[in-house]
Design a protein around this ligand. Structure first.
Ligand SMILES: [Zn+2]
Length: 108
């Protein structure tokens, strides 16, 4: 977890503690529904802490998503495509430096 993620988690915990303290004060001196509202609100930053620690790239252990069939198909099509001229000529000709030297243009 990076220092910014740790700082963000600390901010979430402080915010949650402030909301929980406000809930305690409201249960003691204010309307009960406000105390319930602040109690529920104090849980939201804790959910954010959990999500922050589970986010990929923060050092948490996550498994990469398995490529699905669509992604595999796109990768196969992109792997079969070779050069820019092949794209722009709708697959009828290739660049001179193309690794697939089968030029089938009408000028040949
Ligand atoms: Zn090509």
């Amino acid at each position: 977890m990076s220092w910014s993620a740790r700082a963000l988690c600390a901010l979430y915990v402080v915010t949650s503690a402030g909301l929980a303290w406000t809930a305690v004060l409201e249960f003691g001196h204010g309307p009960a529904w406000v105390g319930c509202l602040f109690s529920a609100a104090s849980l939201v930053p804790l959910i954010a802490v959990v999500r922050e620690t589970e986010r990929p790239g923060t050092g948490a252990t996550t498994t990469p998503a398995a490529p699905d069939a669509t992604e595999a198909l796109v990768r196969a099509e992109l792997g079969a495509a070779c050069c820019e001229r092949w794209w722009t000529s709708l697959g009828t000709s290739h660049d001179a430096t193309c690794r697939h030297p089968t030029h089938r243009s009408s000028a040949a």
